[in-house]
Design a binder for this molecule. Structure first.
Ligand code: NAD
Length: 367
């Protein structure tokens, strides 16, 4: 794994894979659109929004024209845009399925924000729709495209920490607005679990490259707080992986922003703190040789993720985090809620082997 990202010259803009951004909320405006402009192989070709005025202002700021801005009702007009190869869905979670199916019917490839949907059934329907239409479906798991997370995974997979015994991960933050879509069960599909706890779940699976065999969980949903009328405040879940490896995770909308990942092996450990922030990721590796904090050059996580999607659109190979990777997380989250409701351990279907839901490995900066 390269330690110093060394990015090649980006492609000329007119040759890049064109994306329509669907949903102009906080993530699109503050992170994705600026990141795509710095990517190597992708470009923003169109915007889909409920607020056309705001969309046009965006378009002008990002070298697009008013004609590149579409209302949600006019989504199907993208079909005739040959310069739009795919859509990037950045909407509240329960809308991901509808817009994926509509995009697939137009023959457009789909990059969809996490969580893929609101339950395993809807997520599987998205995979089926894209497969039937012969288009790519990639789940936007940015943390599976960073040099930091790959270095942690390589240390584990390369045996640097000895036999791994335990892992733990925390992703908590404070949400204050009871009216936000994230607090509405029908739009979000759950509370902190599908929103931020999913990072822990997904990266624990990524680091180990295997699938959990059972889950056990507890949740708390206070009855006297208007924020948690529909969704939980906190979840604690435990995952049992093959070889007796146990992972613990905590997620909440009620605790000060903290994101960590720790891997404990017989011969060493890995610590990421922060583990899931957009910038400033930190990895410390401790093994019999001592402690190292690997140095990485700067990179943009969203830019790396979008470039991988663009490459897979071009070469037709399965993305590293395809729809199936998102479906597996939904199955496990469904089981986590079931365990928390019943107080019982829930057994999961076994999936022996490594990286069974993943596709072609991403090229990382400098490779
Ligand atoms: P946001 O609330 O800032 O934006 C949501 C967008 O959807 C807005 O443009 C809003 O107008 C639009 N929208 C359309 N129909 C809506 C409806 N019925 N109710 C509410 N909004 C509606 O949300 P966001 O933070 O940009 O999150 C969007 C998606 O991106 C979610 O799936 C979220 O999980 C994901 N996300 C991912 C990351 C990441 O790091 N990968 C970070 C934040 C959010």
């Amino acid at each position: 794994m390269p330690l110093k990202p060394d990015l090649p010259e980006p492609e000329a803009v007119q040759h890049r894979v064109g994306l329509a951004i669907v949903g102009l909320g906080k993530l699109s405006a503050e992170e994705l659109i600026p990141a795509i402009r710095t990517s190597q192989h992708a470009r923003v070709a169109a915007l889909v929004t409920s607020d056309l005025e705001e969309g046009r202002a965006f378009a002008r700021a990002f070298d697009l024209t008013d004609a590149d801005v579409y209302a949600y009702e006019d989504f199907e007009a993208l079909k005739d845009r040959d310069d739009v190869d795919g859509v990037y869905i950045v909407l509240p979670n329960s809308l991901h399925r509808e817009y994926t199916e509509r995009a697939a019917r137009m023959g457009k490839h789909v990059l969809c924000e996490k969580p893929l949907s609101v339950n395993a059934e809807d997520a599987q329907a998205m995979v089926d729709a894209c497969s039937a239409a012969g288009v790519q479906l990639m789940t936007a798991y940015r943390c599976q495209y960073t040099p930091h997370h790959w270095a942690a995974r390589d240390a584990v997979q390369g045996g640097k920490l000895g036999q791994v015994k335990l892992l733990d991960s925390i992703h908590v933050q404070v949400e204050t607005d009871p009216e936000a879509w994230r607090m509405k069960l029908d739009l979000a599909g759950g509370g902190p679990l599908p929103d931020v706890g999913l990072y822990s779940l997904n990266i624990l699976r990524f680091i180990l490259a295997t699938e959990p065999e059972w889950v056990f969980a507890a949740l708390r949903q206070p009855t006297d707080d208007p924020r948690f009328r529909e969704v939980e405040e906190s979840v604690s879940f435990m995952l049992g992986f093959p070889d007796g490896i146990i992972a613990n995770a905590l997620t909440s909308y009620g605790a000060h922003k903290t994101t960590t990942l720790r891997v404990l092996g017989e011969g060493g450990s890995a610590l990421m703190d922060p583990a899931f922030s957009y910038t400033g990721l930190s990895l410390t590796l401790t093994d019999p040789g001592g402690q190292t904090i690997p140095a990485f050059g700067s990179y943009d996580q969203f830019g790396l993720e979008v470039d991988h999607f663009a490459e897979r659109v071009r070469d037709g190979k399965t993305p590293w985090t395809p729809g199936e990777e998102g479906v597996q997380d939904q199955r496990i989250m469904d089981a986590i809620y079931q365990s928390a409701r019943t107080g019982q351990v829930v057994q999961l279907q076994k999936h022996p082997g490594k990286d069974v839901f993943r596709g072609e490995k991403p090229g990382l900066p400098g490779e």
